[in-house]
Design a protein around this ligand. Structure first.
Ligand SMILES: Nc1nc2c(ncn2[C@@H]2O[C@H](COP(=O)(O)OP(=O)(O)OP(=O)(O)O)[C@@H](O)[C@H]2O)c(=O)[nH]1
Ligand SMILES: [Mg+2]
Ligand SMILES: [Zn+2]
Ligand SMILES: [Zn+2]
Length: 1008
């Protein structure tokens, strides 16, 4: 079993590793080796240990993870020299009392066993530093646990605790306490005694709140409370100045304490998803400082009762007449059709409180032409009326279509009433409401029949609307009286000026005692509530506020209805805007000074884009020709030598109107001038990547993507991510699945193309499969090849970087073509950025270390370059803090210069290339001098079977580097590097030279 040589080696080193050998029993010769200090037997089939184990008295480390031990022999107590005992993932139901003799023990690991209790002797292990008891069946701990005065980490995740054992609160040395996945309903106030605690995990319990004493945990850094039933937080939580992360996902919070404003400004990260917080959630999503400003204003706040009611339905259904009836206006026969949209207030008493709610009705014109724009303005947290007119034979199917449109945009976050008009009483309209209710259970709130002429059914409908409005999460949201008066004055201006500068907005706020930060937060809040349109994070848009959404919607409708632009294939000549948006005497006015703003807003909504080569014209994607132009290649055409193909089909649950138009606009930088109603042909803007793509709706619900390039993975994953990003942002209610058309060639020539579901492939890879068979043509495929560009490789980044380095080396000797490697480098850097982005996106992520300076880089893909303006003087200790992450990133950045010069000089200016080379030279020296630093790419104990894109160690490495950068730049100026959204949805930090590619600012419009 164990060879002579091995035995000699073990005797020499004192170390014996017999893991994963399939051992069913401990080899007898081992227990003779009394000099043994470390014995590793992980991953065998041991069901018990022989009493002779007690003879290895010199043993310091004994590892028995992943065996089948159901008990330990009493003789274990003879191993008094033991410092670490690892017994994770066995079948232990208890521990022998002799465990208490192991008084030298520092680490005791018992995760994943069947323990229902611990012996009292556990209290004798006073030297214990770490005690791991995750995944057992513990309902309590013996009181003696309190004797473990040196314990620093205690893991009790996924047990059966219904209360925190009181003795735990005496373990004042604890730094980390994990209690996730138990059945806790409350925390004892004594929890505050754990004054050294840095990490407290309480997720997936049944907690409804926290005791105020939580504020005494003066060193706490991370508090996890996800998936509980917390309804409110104690204000004291804000006293913990060390707190960096507070996870509150999936609780019942309806408000946050105003005291959280300061911690938020210091950089506290909150997890708030899945709480009924309404607009507060969106404020935080926009920016932490915006939420902080709002919370800070709340001292003397009063509750607000404001909401939107949106009326949708076919033309002539009776929407406008219905609003008139709800407003108690006299009935008017023969109304004209509504153009675009009309917004008007409807008085509505609160069903329970003695007050009037402010409800604004949005009456959408029902004509077809408006539908694509109007869906932008379908808001969450609102009440919808789907209006239809059974008497004239409007088919009930229309109702379902409108319900689908609403669900696409709001998912579940709205209430919908179905209202039949013209119902003067004789017979029930023919609508299969029970079926609709099954299809839209989260949305539907009731059906009504009314007659706006006679007023029949109107009082009941009004009551139902009031009840649903009152239940919206934002109702009763507190607002400062100063904000209220500022808001009212500002909105009073809307009549005369549909759009004002942010300066003016802030000026009015100032007069009401609302400072500039708060003014920005107020603008954001009013935007979320649908009162104004304001994009504070956008360079071109943050300087003004649209006070009248109706005005903007009508302007966009005007462009989309413009026949001249349609005839020009969607090319809008800016000089014609004066014609499209006349400046009439009465009604809505569009004087020329507003034109740039409206045009920029259309860009923000992905309606149009300026042409790259001609800034005085824009492409309006919804007006492109219907017909498919001639393309350089087509789906079935064979792939030329040296080019590879990646394809994917995105199967949509229902049609998503506007998808192709939005994709066309988003990827206008990659435009190859060929776009039509159902598709677009793209070419990556960096010619060196030689990447082309065809994106086309084959049927209204089947989107096909085909990318061809020497190395197509990069462009493919960018396109795939941008589609998924568009869907999640624009149509959160849209279900979709991804498939890969089987690439195997058929006898006839074209590929088999049978769609293979990506989910299934991922599940197989999880299970360890490396290949799969096409159900149709039976071809055996390599799983990882099939998944290129669709799933982050299971490999860590390191091997990919090593491969690229080898590629560059071989190019120097003239063997390799670098175009493929250049695209692969782009993919690798993007993967690093995406991986660390799951940690934090609030600071640039590429940098080099030159010994005494840390220099940030511009992240513009393919054009990465140092940005010496953003550089910080750092000391030797700082270098060490950032070193682990810097080493990983540097492996990628070192390749920038050789690959950039290979693909073409155009990607970097000569100055930038010089900077790159300087930085790389200096950083090479720094990295080489580091004391045996590794990047943390080695297997990671904390994430077993780590197929994750970045290991926990790398995540920690990044967080350390981020803290260092933020310490050196507390004002977060970053030398004017700015955060911009990439077409694929993620954020990038780019320099002022590259900035306009993402946020082009206001267009200049030629005088007509
Ligand atoms: N008798 C009767 N007539 C109605 C009722 N509802 C609407 N009408 C009439 O039907 C016509 C169309 O109604 P509108 O309210 O303008 O329809 P709409 O849904 O706003 O139409 P668009 O603005 O084109 O989308 C008008 O002449 C109304 O007076 C109703 O409940 N009873
Ligand atoms: Mg109308
Ligand atoms: Zn096939
Ligand atoms: Zn740049």
């Amino acid at each position: 079993m164990v060879s002579e040589t091995e035995i000699r080696e073990i005797e020499r080193t004192g170390h014996c590793d017999l893991s994963d050998r399939g051992l069913a029993a401990l080899p007898p010769e081992i227990t003779e080796l009394t000099s043994l200090r470390t014995l590793v037997l992980d991953g065998n089939r041991l069901t018990g240990l022989p009493p002779r184990i007690g003879r290895i008295t010199g043993l310091q480390v004994l590892r028995l993870n992943r065996n089948q031990l159901s008990a330990l022999p009493p003789e274990i107590g003879q191993l008094t020299g033991l410092r670490q005992l690892w017994l994770n993932d066995n079948r232990l139901t208890g521990l022998p009392p002799q465990i208490g003799l192991l008084t030298g023990l520092e680490q005791l690991w018992l995760d994943g066993n069947r323990l229902t209790g611990l012996p009292p002797q556990i209290g004798l292990l006073t030297g214990l530093d770490v005690l791991g008891l995750d995944r057992n069946q513990l309902t309590g701990l013996p009181p003696q646990i309190k004797e473990l005065a040196n314990l620093r980490a205690l893991g009790l995740n996924r047990n059966r605790l219904t209360a925190v054992p009181p003795e735990i609160t005496r373990l004042t040395s604890l730094l980390a306490l994990w209690l996730n996945g138990n059945q806790l309903t409350a925390l004892p106030p004594q929890i505050g005694q754990l004054s050294n605690l840095q990490m407290l995990g309480l997720g997936s319990n049944q907690l409804t709140g926290l005791p105020p004493e939580i504020g005494q945990l003066a060193r706490l850094q991370v508090l996890g409370l996800g998936s509980n039933r917390v309804t409110a937080l104690p204000a004291e939580i804000a006293q913990i100045t060390t707190l960096q992360g507070l996870g509150l996902e999936r609780n019942q919070l309806t408000a946050l304490p105003s005291q959280l404003a300061d911690p938020l400004r210091r950089g506290l990260e909150l997890g708030l998803a899945g709480n009924p917080l309404g607009p507060v959630l969106e404020l935080y999503e926009r920016d932490a400082s915006v939420l902080a400003a709002y919370l800070r204003s709340l001292d003397d706040a009063v509750p607000q009762y404001e909401a939107k009611v949106l009326l949708v339905g076919e033309g002539d259904a009776g929407k406008t007449a219905l609003i008139a009836a709800l407003r108690d206006e006299p009935f008017v026969a023969g109304r004209p059709a509504t153009h675009g949209i009309e917004i008007s207030p409807v008085a509505m008493p609160h069903p329970d409180l003695d007050l009037d709610m402010t409800v604004r009705a949005w009456d959408f014109g029902g004509q077809e032409a408006y539908r694509i724009t109007h869906q932008f303005f379908f808001a969450k947290h609102a009440v919808y009326l789907v209006v239809w007119k059974p008497r004239d034979g409007q088919e009930p199917a229309g109702v379902e279509r409108w319900l689908r449109r609403i669900r696409l945009r709001v998912n579940r976050d709205a209430r919908v009433l179905v209202v039949a008009t013209n119902c003067s009483g004789e017979r029930q309209p023919d609508l299969d409401y029970p079926r609709l209710n099954r299809t839209f259970p989260e949305l539907l709130a009731g059906r009504f029949e009314v007659d706006s002429a006679s007023g029949r059914g109107i009082p009941e409908l009004r009551q139902a609307i009031a009840a649903d409005v009152a239940a919206l999460p934002q109702l009763g949201q507190p607002l400062s009286p100063r904000w209220i008066t500022a808001r009212d004055e500002i909105l009073g201006v809307a009549e005369a000026e549909p759009l004002i500068s942010f300066e003016r907005f802030a000026g009015i706020c100032r007069r009401h005692g609302v400072d500039r930060d708060q003014a920005a937060a107020l603008a954001e809040l009013l935007h979320i509530l649908g009162r104004v349109i304001y994009h504070g994070a956008d360079e071109g848009l943050r300087d003004f506020v649209v006070l009248d959404p109706e005005w903007l919607i009508k302007a966009i409708d005007g462009v989309l209805a413009d026949e001249t632009t349609r005839r020009a294939g969607g090319i809008l000549d800016h000089a014609r805007l004066g014609e499209i948006w006349p400046d009439p005497e009465d009604g809505l006015a569009y004087p020329a000074r507003y034109h740039p703003y409206v045009l920029r807003l259309m860009e923000k909504l992905d309606v149009s884009r300026r042409l790259d080569d001609d800034q005085s014209r824009s492409l309006v994607a919804q007006l492109v020709p219907d017909d498919r132009p001639i393309l350089p290649w087509d789906f079935p055409t064979p792939v030329p030598e040296g080019t590879r193909r990646l394809a994917m089909v995105c199967q949509l649950g229902e049609p998503a109107p506007g998808l192709i138009a939005w994709l066309t606009v988003r990827h206008h930088r990659a435009s190859a001038g060929r776009h039509w109603r159902d598709g677009v042909f793209l070419r990556h803007p960096i010619p060196g990547y030689a990447s082309e793509a065809l994106v086309e709706l084959r049927t209204p619900t089947q989107l096909e993507i085909d990318v061809r390039a020497p190395s197509p993975g990069y462009f493919f994953s960018v396109l795939r991510d941008s589609i998924e990003d568009l869907i999640t942002r624009r149509w959160p209610g849209l279900r979709y699945t991804l498939h890969i058309p089987c690439p195997a060639p058929t006898a006839a020539g074209p590929p088999c193309a049978d769609p293979i579901p990506v989910d299934g492939l991922l599940a197989r890879r999880e299970k360890g499969d490396t290949s799969c068979r096409c159900p149709r043509c039976r071809t055996q495929h390599d799983l990882s090849l099939l998944l290129t560009g669709l799933a982050r490789p299971a490999l860590s980044l390191q091997p990919e970087l090593d491969r690229l380095h080898a590629g560059v080396a071989s190019v120097r000797s003239g063997v390799n073509d670098l175009r493929a490697d250049a695209a692969d480098l782009a993919d690798t850097i993007r993967r690093i950025l995406l991986a660390v982005t799951t940690e934090a996106t609030d600071c640039p992520r590429l940098f080099t270390l030159t010994g005494d300076r840390l220099v940030l880089w511009c992240e513009h893909p393919g054009h990465w370059h140092p940005w010496p303006v953003a550089s910080y003087a750092i000391g030797q200790r700082d270098v060490l803090r950032a070193a682990a992450y810097a080493t990983l990133v540097f492996k990628a950045l070192r390749l920038v210069s050789p690959l950039a010069s290979a693909v073409a000089g155009v990607v970097l200016t000569p100055g930038e290339l010089q900077d790159v080379q300087n930085q790389v030279r200096l950083t090479t020296t720094v990295i080489a001098a580091l004391p045996g630093q590794e990047t943390g790419d080695q297997p990671d104990l904390a994430t077993p079977g780590s197929a994750r894109q970045i290991t926990l160690a790398q995540g920690q490495a990044w967080r350390a580097a981020r803290r260092l950068i933020l310490e050196h730049d507390p004002g977060r100026a970053f030398g004017d590097l700015r955060r911009v959204p990439a077409p694929s949805g993620e954020f990038l930090w780019v320099c002022p030279r590259h900035y306009p590619r993402y946020e082009p600012g206001l267009p200049r419009i030629p005088a007509s």
